[in-house]
Design a protein around this ligand. Sequence first.
Ligand SMILES: NC(=O)c1ccc[n+]([C@@H]2O[C@H](COP(=O)([O-])OP(=O)(O)OC[C@H]3O[C@@H](n4cnc5c(N)ncnc54)[C@H](OP(=O)(O)O)[C@@H]3O)[C@@H](O)[C@H]2O)c1
Length: 272
Amino acid sequence: MKKVYVITGSTSGIGNSLLKKLAADNTVFAGYRNEKYVEDLKSISENIIPFYIDMERKDSIAQAAAFIKSQTEKIDTIVNIAGCVVAGLMARLDVDDIRKQFEVNTFSHLDFSQRLLPLVKDGKIINISSMASFGIFPFVGPYCASKRALDILFNSLAVESNVKVVSVKPGVIATPLWSKSIELNKKSIESCKDYEKQMQYLINNAKKNETNGLDVNKVTDLILKIDSMDYPKASYTVGKDAFWAQIVSKLPQDMINKAIRYGIKAKVSSLK
Ligand SMILES: NC(=O)c1ccc[n+]([C@@H]2O[C@H](COP(=O)([O-])OP(=O)(O)OC[C@H]3O[C@@H](n4cnc5c(N)ncnc54)[C@H](OP(=O)(O)O)[C@@H]3O)[C@@H](O)[C@H]2O)c1
């Protein structure tokens, strides 16, 4: 039976892969922030209804939800995917950039989902969180915190109501997120005096991840599987790195910090 999906971040990476899989047999509201993608989205299938949403702007989130409500009376699944990475040194990061990280990765998804909840009667909300939610990675503190907060806020929603909420926590996936992150964090990277090597390590890693990461289909196939389940778990990891991040996060904080400091030092000292 034809179902109704709402996806944010549908123009790239995980969201675009999921959109292509869903659109053949379902109605999919596909969120974009850049007009240049509208024709591409429409050309995938006539079942796709593109909608504009800028996750940094409350008025845009309200307008997007109002548009969807004007087009359908029910939603089977909302997949909250849109996201970005704010990185840098915690001692120097502009707090407004951290606010922006939370707007895009956390608050916008809650705001948007709250507005659409009356339409999600027996449906699900699937959030694309991250292994970063386990909170063990330095230099990307804002990203880790935004994903952890996303998980906590939506878990509360699930416990307080009957809405099925699932958090999908991928490890490194080969998507354009990595090169976009280097671009987005240029300012932080340039103001990293005394930490040049650490930043170089981050950049090298991001470049490698964009091609060496897990295939995006691993995430989107799991999302489809979760969507088909009557009783999915509250949380799923994708990839060995995410699995191990979860295990490591259970250790005492001092032990984690020691291991991470040691790991970073070893990586950085091997840089030429
Ligand atoms: N790739 C990974 O290794 C990885 C691992 C764990 C979790 N994740 C999470 O998976 C999700 C999707 O990431 P991805 O890897 O598929 O990255 P991606 O290819 O960069 O896709 C991100 C999507 O979010 C949209 N977006 C970003 N900021 C937005 C804003 N302010 N308003 C509206 N839309 C916005 C992007 O739009 P544009 O196309 O216009 O840029 C794009 O459609 C993110 O939440 C990310 O944190 C990714």
